[in-house]
Design a protein around this ligand. Structure first.
Ligand code: FAD
Ligand code: SF4
Length: 381
């Protein structure tokens, strides 16, 4: 299941004395088809759809899918604000879906307790449009998202890059000292094309050489800057993300980029490319022919729309803190302002969890689920 692309990262790291490791992967009887980033059609990846949700359904939980929640309903009771349900709508199901448990149309749910888990972009947006109190103006602020810089290596031979498990090898060698990882990830050509640099003829040429291309990513554990945030835009009716790398994070990312380019050359690449159109040294863009040119990464400015930085790990927009001036929810995940409203997803992290977040999010959900079950009286349930 270790495809050539993963072995290339391992080889480059080994050549430079950088420790590389195998991911602990949450899958069973994997077929190695390589579609992991698009979702596992064979249910071999042990995601929530086939674990927690399947367990809940077998215990009688009602699942409503194709549903958009517009707002959480709050009521004033005895001088306190309390969550009592949610309003939204149900769309017609897409062909091939399991039958839904309610018909399409408007939806109103009455609930003894509301647990919000819309993710780090949608949870703060939903709270904002529900007019959740925010006296400290902290809702949605301090977004972290693990900015990731793809590094592309052109090899002299054909390699297996998107079959097998796409992400099997990583390196946390620089985590303690610099706060970044190298992680292997490749996708099928459509997905892979996003991370290739250039437009028009240059991009087309790279796509023609797809089967001789290796790639891995630098994943930076970014620091909290309250100016980085999510807001609900009432006019556009969508969540808007504002994010800029801090100067300190840019500095770490430059070092990470340089080291990653060196790793790719050490693994045998004849040319290494970054998805950037920023000039470095005498080069019109970071397309490197020799390992010594990696030092030019020190000139990268990571300008918006000039360098592609990707993200799949948004966190920390409805922060947890016992101090209501610093966080929207307490350590039970309970809103400081609204009774019987819990937030239980990546948005409730106080800051970055420091690694790929799925295990931390699922652990939080499991912990909170068990805690609520043990403390029903706390919620008048
Ligand atoms: C391509 C990709 C690959 C990844 N690979 C990994 C990996 O290998 N390891 C890892 O640890 N992490 C990985 N991640 C990150 C991980 O998937 C996320 O961090 C995690 O899913 C976030 O969990 P969450 O519960 O906070 O939010 P989500 O998983 O985003 O869940 C939020 C849910 O709420 C629903 N929702 C939102 N708003 C509404 C609304 N108004 N009404 C109704 N429903 C709503 C959404 O549809 C969604 O189902 C990856 C992410 C991506 C995109
Ligand atoms: S490679 Fe990924 S998508 Fe394919 S079977 Fe294995 S877990 Fe599923």
């Amino acid at each position: 299941m270790f495809n050539d692309n993963n072995l290339i990262l391992a080889k480059g790291c080994r050549a430079l004395g950088i420790a590389a490791k195998r991911f602990e992967l949450n899958m069973r009887d994997c077929l190695g088809c390589g579609y992991c980033t698009e979702g596992c059609a064979y249910d071999r990846k042990q995601g929530t759809m086939i674990t927690f949700i399947a367990d809940a359904l077998s215990r009688g939980v009602q699942l409503i899918h194709h549903c958009s929640i517009e707002e959480i309903v709050f009521e004033r009771r005895g001088g306190m604000t309390r969550a009592t349900g949610a309003r939204g709508s149900v769309r017609a199901s897409r062909p091939g879906s399991q039958p839904n448990t309610v018909p399409p149309g408007a939806l109103q749910i009455a609930a003894g307790i509301v647990v919000l888990c819309g993710g780090s972009i949608e949870s703060p947006a939903l709270l904002e449009r529900s007019s959740h109190p925010d006296p400290q103006h902290i809702l949605g602020t301090g977004l972290v998202l693990h900015p990731s810089l793809p590094v592309v290596g052109l090899m002299d031979r054909e390699i297996v890059n998107y079959r097998g498990i796409s992400g099997a090898i990583f390196s946390d060698h620089f985590y303690e000292s610099r706060g970044f990882y190298f992680e292997c990830l490749f996708g099928h050509p459509v997905y892979g094309s996003f991370v290739f640099p250039g437009v028009g003829a240059e991009h087309f040429e790279l796509m023609l050489g797809f089967s001789r291309t290796a790639a891995f990513g630098v994943m930076l554990v970014d620091s909290v800057d309250l100016a980085n945030r999510v807001q609900w835009d009432r006019m556009q009716r969508k969540a808007v993300i504002r994010y800029r790398l801090t100067d300190a994070d840019k500095s770490r990312l430059r070092f990470a980029a340089q080291t990653a380019v060196e790793v790719m050359f050490a693994a045998g690449a004849r040319e290494v490319l970054l998805p950037s159109e920023e000039p470095v040294g005498t080069l019109r863009a970071p397309r490197f022919q020799r390992a010594e040119q990696a030092a030019l990464c020190a000139e990268l400015r990571f300008r918006p729309h000039r360098t592609t930085i990707t993200s799949a790990h948004c966190q920390a927009t409805v922060k947890m803190s016992e101090d209501p001036r610093l966080g929207m929810v307490n350590s039970r995940g309970e809103s400081h302002a609204v009774q019987n409203l819990l937030v239980c997803d990546s948005s409730a992290f106080p800051t970055s969890c420091g690694a790929n977040p799925m295990i931390s999010i699922m652990s939080l959900a499991r912990y909170q689920g068990r805690r609520v079950a043990a403390e029903l009286a706390r919620y008048d349930l």
